[in-house]
Design a binder for this molecule. Sequence first.
Ligand code: ATP
Ligand code: MN
Length: 462
Amino acid sequence: MKRTKITDLFKPEYLGKEVCVMGWVRTRRGNKHVQFVALNDGSTVKNVQIVFDMTQFTDEQLKPITTGSSIKVDGVLVESMGKGQSVEVQAKSLEIFGTADPENYPLQKKGHTLEFLREKAHLRPRTNTFGAILRVRSALAFAIHKFFQERGFFYLNTPLITASDCEGAGAMFQVTTLDLNNIPKCDDGKVDYSADFFGKPTALTVSGQLEGELGATALGAIYTFGPTFRAENSNTPRHLSEFWMIEPEVAFFDITDNMDLAEDFIKYCIAYALEHCKDDIDFLAEHYDAELVDRLKFVLDNEFVRLTYTEGVKILEESGHKFEFPVYWGADLQSEHERFLVEEHFKKPVILTDYPKEIKAFYMKLNEDDKTVRAMDVLFPKIGEIIGGSEREENFDKLSKRIEELDIPMKDMWWYLDTRRFGTVPHAGFGLGFERLVLFVTGMTNIRDVIPFPRTPNNAEF
Ligand code: ATP
Ligand code: MN
């Protein structure tokens, strides 16, 4: 018989029918007359109850069914008398795919801490919590493509291996095939990269933006969605060494268009998850974050507050609040500052714009004041920065001047400046860290818990 996914069993058309279910056993309980197995197959957070009438099965047959074992059951789907479930499968035949020795299977009892599960990341997708998170993550990824595709954006794949060393977004992981125990050297003692695979130093990308601009100034509107690598040694609950970033880039857009896009985009993704991942979000709310659904709806129902960095700093200075890091005009805002504005002051998501040029990237468009650039950071409750973006400097001379001022090595970046040399246009874009969005939507508090196999300093297990 063809397998039915557990998620489909709750649809009315299966009631009273013969079904075949396969999955992993969560629990088995009962007595010598009847045994109950809670079975999960990953298709939904809900388990289906399998009922074994012990006049038709032997103890010997059911003995290997322990938590974590995998089975196949043919039976009839009937309405359930018991509490906690609407339907159950009355087993007719049983096949055991694999056992899970109770002495060794690590996910025995319920209620493991998230910290414990991080050390069991190879198995944690089998828990209700990670099943829910991973299904929400998948739905959000789909929503992202859907949002952009529906609006005529083209999906552009930018390279993961890059030779540009001036992106400035963070420390990079070098990519090399040189023998590290026997590094070829030039006469001046420096590494001879001409002997390396690409004939020059290369690294994993920290952002697809620069190539994204090449796409946007040809196709009009693009988005990237791919892995991003940052070798920053920051062990925070919001930073990964390998994360996924979504970077739309749009020709003929100014910063206001960019803010509108960012706000529409985030709201679309949250609304999509609320609509399509109800069971999973409800599960996570029940077990981890009672205010989750209200917080998600609150973001949908409210316009994001838009104000300049200068206004934001003034509010922080006048707040009288004692921050760990000092706040003054020119300071890079820390997460505590961002969260104060969002959670304490406005109590709404905030878009801060027009940051001092010194603390932002070289490619951002300079304002008339010659001091600030058209940057925009979207700040969220519990997360801080979720999006960073800007209108880009499209003027060749101004961009070149900035590159000179900052002494940025542009030798390998001649191609980027060609966008400004030939048919330059105003354009803007932003980057959303996918895991920060998943954090927000799942109500989790540590970014290590919203990516299947996290990469962080000193951790590349699994
Ligand atoms: P932060 O100030 O939080 O370190 P950033 O200013 O370095 O972030 P950007 O370079 O603007 O971030 O990158 C765009 C987006 O990518 C950020 O808004 C954030 O959502 C995400 N992001 C940046 N660094 C990381 C990281 N190490 N892990 C996960 N997401 C990240
Ligand atoms: Mn930032």
